[in-house]
Design a protein around this ligand. Structure first.
Ligand code: PLP
Length: 449
């Protein structure tokens, strides 16, 4: 056996020797060495403890190392580590029952994947086969994953160079009042114009060519933009009118993140397909999936579904999902996320916005918030330009460093700090994080008018 490294230098050297990292120029990165994690914290080998306001990649909704979930994985490993997807297994059926019991409406069949991108791939395949139509509409300012179809559906040009086969993808603008593509003056106007733009897009693409519209219920990575109340019901109505499948991507927003089991619950909307991953088991073992409506499931009642994965419904992943969902229920974790958002995090962030000239906007729900940093509140000029790198990104790099120096681990994208702690975060931890953010924002203020 290999010796287990016990100091940061050895861990980093071992990483640099053979690990190839995501989204990075391999020679320009210095991945921090993590020694352990528990609850809302993780720590390194040099005695630094970080309050995890990123939930890693917005997935550890129940925090790190939840004892009941760790035990469930250990127990399942002792009983049955793996089995092919073609068998009936108690733990997989129970995970599917618990998920189907929480997804909205009649989304009662669950196809399991290993993560979010595969869930999107399969949802799109189901929609195309169900409708017999080729195109899928997706929003600019979105993220749907890094596999072939998912990355092309992603509305972020930084992602496209990794795959150029965007056949059948048509992008449109969703509503976003702070940087409105529709020049709207009210929330209602933004909603109405966004829906009109979507209906025009459908008309000019040809409704009979469109299999699906895919939307993040609340777009996450692209900026946590809670849609106006009427928007998703309006999209649902357009889908019904034109026979288009509505796919809601809840990979990031689902499983408690917004203070409800699913973000769709805030808007009273039932999609035809719902993709999930991340929070379903807090990422303790890779798991994602698609929740499927009765009508789409019926399409594959007599006709085989042409898709599958060796690890679909993996027993260790399913055991961790069962334990996670039961813990979330038993410990009121979704309710905690809602309460923290309403009583502590939302008011606290709004208060920071009042005092810091660099804060242009704060927005969110539950434990799903974005702080948008600007040079000038009046013009809304972002603190750094879109997709800035190197020198151009220096202000955000300085703010990020200040946040980390204050013992807080943020999720940073473009000119935004996303405040996305675990759903289990306490009042005290939230206040501690807000205080750290308060201190670090003075760095951003130096660049702001
Ligand atoms: N969809 C959304 C909304 C996401 O936020 C993500 C990941 O951040 C994905 C899909 C892709 O999930 P994964 O990275 O598990 O493939």
């Amino acid at each position: 056996t290999q010796p287990v490294p016990t100091d940061a230098a050895a861990v980093k050297a071992a990483d640099r020797a053979h690990v190839f990292h995501s989204w990075s120029a391999q020679g320009l990165i210095d991945p921090p060495a993590v020694a352990g994690a528990e609850g809302s914290y993780f720590w390194d080998y040099d005695g630094n403890r970080y309050l995890d306001f990123s939930s890693q990649l917005v997935n550890t909704n129940i925090g790190h190392q939840h004892p009941k979930v760790v035990a469930a994985i250990q127990e399942q490993a002792a009983r049955l580590c793996t089995i092919a997807p073609g068998f009936a297994v108690d733990v997989r059926s129970e995970a599917a029952r618990l998920i189907a019991g929480r997804t909205p409406g009649d989304l009662d069949k669950i196809f399991f994947t290993n993560g979010g991108a595969e869930a999107v791939e399969n949802a799109v395949r189901m929609a195309r086969l169900h409708t017999g139509r080729p195109k899928v509409l997706s929003a600019y300012r979105s993220y749907h994953g890094a596999t072939a179809a998912a990355i092309n559906l992603t509305g972020d040009p930084r992602r496209w160079p990794s795959d150029t086969a965007s056949a059948g993808v048509v992008r449109f603008w969703g509503p976003f009042r702070y940087r409105s593509p529709f020049h709207a003056e009210s929330e209602e106007q933004e909603c109405e114009r966004a829906l009109r733009h979507l209906e025009d897009t459908i008309a000019f693409e040809g409704p009979g060519t469109i299999a699906a519209i895919i939307l993040e219920t609340v777009p996450g990575t692209a900026g946590i933009m809670v849609p106006p109340p009427g928007y998703l019901p309006g999209v649902r109505a357009l889908c019904d009118r034109y026979g288009i499948v509505l796919i809601l991507d809840e990979v990031m927003a689902g499983f408690g993140r917004t203070g409800r089991w699913f973000a769709a619950d805030h808007f009273g909307v039932v999609p035809d397909l719902l993709t999930f991953a991340k929070g379903v088991n807090s990422g303790y073992v890779p798991l994602g999936g698609v929740a499927i409506s009765a009508e789409i499931a019926a399409t594959f009642e007599e006709r085989p579904y042409p898709g599958g994965l060796t690890y679909s419904g993996h027993p260790l992943a399913c055991a961790s999902a069962v334990a996670t969902i039961n813990a979330m229920d038993g410990e009121g974790i979704v309710e905690n996320a809602a309460r923290i958002g309403e009583d502590v995090l939302g008011p606290g962030l709004r208060e920071l916005a009042e005092r810091h000239p660099s804060v242009g906007d704060v927005r969110g729900l539950g434990v799903f918030w974005a702080v948008e940093l600007v040079r000038d509140r009046r013009t809304r000029e972002p603190l750094v330009p879109y997709a800035a790198t190197g020198e151009a990104n220096a202000p955000m790099a300085a703010v990020t460093a200040a946040i980390k120096a204050a013992g807080l681990w943020p999720f940073v994208n473009m000119n935004r700090v996303h405040v996305v702690p675990p759903c289990t975060i306490t009042d005290e931890e939230t206040k501690q994080g807000l205080a750290a953010l308060d201190e670090a924002l003075t760095v951003a203020d130096r660049y702001a008018a």
